[in-house]
Design a protein around this ligand. Structure first.
Ligand SMILES: *Cc1c(COP(=O)(O)O)cnc(C)c1O
Length: 383
């Protein structure tokens, strides 16, 4: 196979409906950050995941920011946050002048470790610093163990924001991922499971809170003719054109999830037999979107490092990546408190050290995927 065409980690995958919705926005001249597609997109997504209210926003990050503000997170407040994630999860904590406290993952799910969470809650309580909120990430499309997380957070009266940017279409105990916290957010960035090129959604069963979020997201404009404002606001709404793209994408969400899961299966079938290669486990409590196929490579058993695989693939015009660099290791968060899985062991450090994400787009052809797998096998067998 020729490798002239770059194989991306996760590229946008349009369906057959998006252009129709976008044309409709043009022909009716609804080219604004409000309009019928925005309302319909919100309602359709809310119905799909089984939640009362949804607010369409310019990004998932904006959703996390608004959720923190709805929970009155302000200067100096502590906010618990998964460490193994993209920086967008934690940046809004800083926007609010609050203090992140990072929580490790466990080995079984790669998501927030209930043990570490419990220890953090106990110790902060002792210091009289009860966290104002917890942001729980559903990594690479797999839900965190929300029953355990919520039991602990409820015991300490800590409201939960579910960062489901990567897990739209996943389930936890047969219910849609993202719907378990007080607030949940989805992302429609270009690399996500479905995309509006850029966008996000804030969801909740609290209708008043979502109304407030929509208000803040449109510069907090009071109902007056003369542009009156009583609170600080943001320009965070999704445009009607992009909401049209979102409506089209929503109609193929199930197909996109199925395609990504199939990509995972194909990698698993051919690569799991190699020593030192361990795929991210799927917990029995739910169904992951397998947004990205993630695995760890133990060089003492496989003979190669994850970085060698990344470089080998890059020479063949294939994009692959390490797993997220944990936030407690980022220069931005130098000195921020961190609770590892156990006193002796940090799981996310190991996942970062050995982790690898392979191209996982729903629009990848079988030939492209075989080219990726053949390349990895060359390297594994060459040693
Ligand atoms: C993509 C992503 C976000 C941010 O979403 P944007 O829409 O890009 O702002 C937040 N959290 C996680 C885990 C993500 O992967």
């Amino acid at each position: 196979m020729s490798n002239n065409k770059r194989i991306y980690l996760s590229s946008p995958h349009m369906g057959e409906y998006e252009q129709g919705y976008v044309s409709e926005a043009f022909s009716t001249n609804w080219i604004a950050p409000l309009g019928p597609h925005v309302n319909a997109f919100e309602n359709e997504l809310a119905d799909l995941v089984g939640i009362r209210e949804a607010a369409a926003l310019s990004s998932g990050t904006a959703g996390i920011h608004l959720a923190l503000r709805l929970l009155n997170v302000g200067t100096g407040d502590n906010v618990l946050c998964s460490s193994l994630t993209f920086v967008a999860t934690a940046n809004p904590i800083l926007y609010q002048g609050a203090q992140p406290v990072f929580i490790d993952s466990n080995r079984e799910t790669w998501n927030m470790s209930p043990e570490a969470l419990e220890r953090a809650c106990r110790e902060l309580e002792k210091q009289g610093k009860r966290p104002k909120a917890a942001i729980v990430v559903n990594l690479y499309g797999q839900s965190a163990d929300m029953d355990l997380v919520l039991e602990i957070c409820n015991r300490y009266s800590i409201p939960v924001i579910e960062d489901a940017a990567e897990s739209l279409g996943a389930t936890y105990r047969n219910k849609a991922s993202g719907t378990f916290g007080r607030f949940g957010i989805y992302s429609f960035n270009g690399n996500k499971i479905i995309t509006t090129s850029g966008g996000g959604m804030l969801i909740s069963n609290e209708a008043e809170s979502i109304a407030k979020a929509r208000h803040w997201a449109t510069q907090a404009r009071d109902p007056a003719l003369h542009y009156q404002h009583s609170e600080v606001g943001y320009n965070y709404r999704l445009s009607n054109i992009l909401a049209g793209v979102g409506r089209g994408q929503l109609r193929v969400l199930n197909e996109r999830v199925a395609a990504r899961r199939k990509v995972f299966e194909r990698y698993y079938d051919r690569l799991s037999k190699y020593k030192g290669i361990d795929f991210m486990p799927e917990a029995s409590y739910g169904r992951s979107t397998r947004w990205l196929t993630a695995l760890t490579v133990d060089p003492t058993k496989s003979g190669v490092t994850s970085l060698q695989i990344i470089e080998y693939l890059a020479e063949r015009n294939i994009e692959s990546r390490p797993v997220w660099k944990p936030l407690h290791l980022q220069p931005l968060f130098d000195g921020v408190p961190y609770y590892s899985h156990s006193e002796e062991e940090s799981i996310s450090d190991k996942l970062f050290k050995y982790g690898l994400c392979l191209p996982s787009g729903s629009n990848m052809s079988e030939e492209e995927q075989d080219f990726v797998i053949d390349s990895i096998e060359e390297l594994l067998q060459g040693k």
